[in-house]
Design a protein around this ligand. Structure first.
Ligand SMILES: Nc1ncnc2c1ncn2[C@@H]1O[C@H](COP(=O)(O)OP(=O)(O)O)[C@@H](O)[C@H]1O
Ligand SMILES: [Mg+2]
Length: 313
């Protein structure tokens, strides 16, 4: 049995449809908090973490807090979790993402992390202009604002519009002007490159290529903005693709969409890792690859391996 731990019902059907199509048995468990007995054995099967780092924007922030502990509990009892506690610790912290990327020699934009609000203005004076703000724990462009001068930043910090991050950590980050007006997102599942997507930055900073977000008319996923996303010509032998596959291997990440922006000089800066991708069907139709099918294949493989292990005692 596959146990899907999910937070956003709108993002669930593509995965469950893919599992049904392959005949993989599953149960879906809604998580917006919860409790568990530390001495209880988890139900047998494979667990799939589909918690979104933007859960708090839907009133489900306790789900993140719960899963952080619960995934560790499951694993300590020997359960296999897809995108388990290690990957989840990265998912909810851009600071950790950047630190681990840099440790592997993958360049990230210059970034200052600020806990609380008092340090924001002094930190801004350490940054070059332009820079942007973003939330450490984000997704769907939370707290992303571009600043070209310090006065505008100061009044943002003092004003009504300022939105504190869920974990209290705001990042100030070097703005990398995209060379051709788009950013690239590389989709990896189970150690394999699926395809790369490019998103135009013309309309702003938003990037949530999910169909579901577009349907929901989220401010960051505009409906009918179909010209925004396309298939990138990047191929499986691209050095960035290879580096990301290695990154996922080292950190035990089963599935991730990793984003980079290329500057005028052709330097690439990686700035966001997403483990809860909701794949864009228009792009996938063109690419001829379907992310959720790859998730279903992974679940199927893990279940079979578990069964083989059980039979061999
Ligand atoms: N350092 C940067 N330079 C230029 N554009 C950026 C940078 N960081 C983020 N962006 C833009 O903002 C969008 C949202 O930022 P991101 O870090 O991906 O946050 P989220 O986790 O909310 O998706 C990106 O898709 C990109 O278009
Ligand atoms: Mg992003």
């Amino acid at each position: 049995m596959i146990h899907i731990l999910y937070e956003n019902a709108a993002w669930l059907p593509p995965l469950t449809r893919a599992l049904e199509a392959k005949g993989v048995p599953f149960t879906a468990i809604f998580v917006d908090g919860g409790s568990f007995d530390l001495h209880a054995e988890p139900a047998p099967g494979i667990y799939v973490n589909r918690m979104s780092p933007s859960a708090h924007t839907r009133g489900h922030g306790d789900g993140v807090v719960f899963l952080r502990e619960y995934l560790a509990h499951l694993e300590s009892r020997g359960a296999r979790v897809v995108n388990g506690s290690g990957p989840f610790a990265l998912e909810v912290s851009k600071v950790r993402q950047h630190a681990t990327l840099e440790a592997m020699g993958i360049s990230t934009p210059r970034t200052i992390a600020v806990a609380g609000t008092r340090g924001l203005k002094p930190a801004a004076r350490q940054m070059g202009l332009p820079f942007l703000t973003k939330h450490n724990m984000g997704g769907k462009g939370l707290g992303v604002q571009l600043f070209r001068d310090l006065a505008a930043f100061d009044s943002y910090v003092d004003g009504e519009e300022f939105e504190p991050a869920f974990d209290g950590v705001t990042l100030l980050q070097q703005y990398v002007e995209p060379r051709d007006g788009y950013i690239t997102r590389i989709e990896i599942v189970d150690g394999r490159f699926l395809y790369a997507l490019r998103a135009s930055t013309a309309g702003g900073f938003e990037l949530c290529p999910s169909d579901a977000c577009q349907i929901q008319d989220d401010a960051f996923c505009p409906v009918g903005d179909s010209g925004k996303f396309g298939v990138s010509p990047l191929t499986a032998d691209d050095p960035t693709v290879l580096a990301y596959i290695e990154y996922c291997r080292i950190h035990g990440i089963d599935a991730a969409g990793i984003e980079f922006v290329e500057d005028r000089e052709g330097r690439r800066y990686t700035y966001d890792i997403n483990m809860n991708t909701n794949y864009n069907s228009e792009v996938e139709a063109v690419a001829g690859v379907h992310g959720m099918d790859a998730w279903a294949d992974l679940c199927d493989r893990l279940l079979r391996e578990q069964e083989t292990e059980r039979l061999s005692g």
